[in-house]
Write a protein that binds this ligand. Structure first.
Ligand code: MG
Length: 230
């Protein structure tokens, strides 16, 4: 039995900057200043850490973790509208077909999320495409800052949900950044890089020693075979 842990942004979805817009709208509403997200790297980082850096750079003072809780509610309120306002949001090539095929092989593969998004934000993002039903388990950015810890959480969550253990050699991390790959490697999992996110090229993912690298996941049969399933 395989366990397949998918990243969201850049791997499953393209949200056309909606995350950044929701972040800024919430930030402006709560703190009265624009978030400096244009100078912040969002890729592969957790929501609380992005907020912490932004908080410091905006010259705001006080306890950032307390401020984050207020910001978090405003962000979750802003996110759905920012996503639905864009006509350019889409799933990356082959994602719908791949998830559909994997769903037919539920006896061979279990699915989970592994993302730096706070869980409620993650659920809003993939809910836009009706994908929540595929991902009953996951590791999220709410409680951990380190990608490896998030992935450990994803495995634990999947083991609880599916009520079984998964071999590390049967557990795959699928992501668009070298952070996904390095996080998976740190936990001893298999890694699949997919160069759909735009921040990292196929060569970057190869250089990070992902076990498998694809330009996109449109070749459903080839991708399923790469997981060792036929
Ligand atoms: Mg990503």
């Amino acid at each position: 039995m395989k366990l397949l842990i998918f990243d969201i942004d850049g791997t499953l979805t393209h949200l056309d900057g909606a995350t950044r817009r929701a972040f800024d709208a919430a930030y402006l509403r709560v703190f009265g200043v624009h978030a400096v997200t244009d100078t912040l790297k969002l890729h592969g980082r957790t929501d609380p850490l992005i907020f912490r850096d932004c908080f410091g750079m905006s010259g705001l003072t006080g306890d950032w973790e307390q401020a984050y809780q207020t910001f978090r509610s405003a962000y979750l309120e802003a996110l759905p509208g920012c996503i639905s306002a864009s006509k350019k949001i889409h799933l990356h090539p082959g994602i719908a077909e791949l998830l559909n095929e994997l769903d037919k092989r539920r006896d061979l593969a279990a699915l989970a999320l592994g993302t730096g998004n706070m869980e409620a934000g993650a659920r809003i993002k993939i809910g836009q495409f009706g994908l929540n039903r595929y991902f009953p388990a996951g590791g999220f950015g709410d409680t951990h800052h380190d990608r490896a810890d998030i992935l450990r959480d994803a495995v634990r969550s999947a083991e609880t949900h599916y009520n079984r253990a998964f071999e590390k050699s049967d557990t795959w991390v699928i992501g668009d950044t070298i952070h996904d790959i390095e996080g998976g490697q740190a936990v001893g999992l298999r890694t699949m890089g997919v160069a759909t996110g735009g921040a990292f090229t196929r060569d970057d993912l190869v250089a990070a020693h992902a076990d498998v690298v694809f330009d996109n996941l449109s070749e459903t049969k080839t991708v399923i075979r790469a997981f060792g399933m036929d």
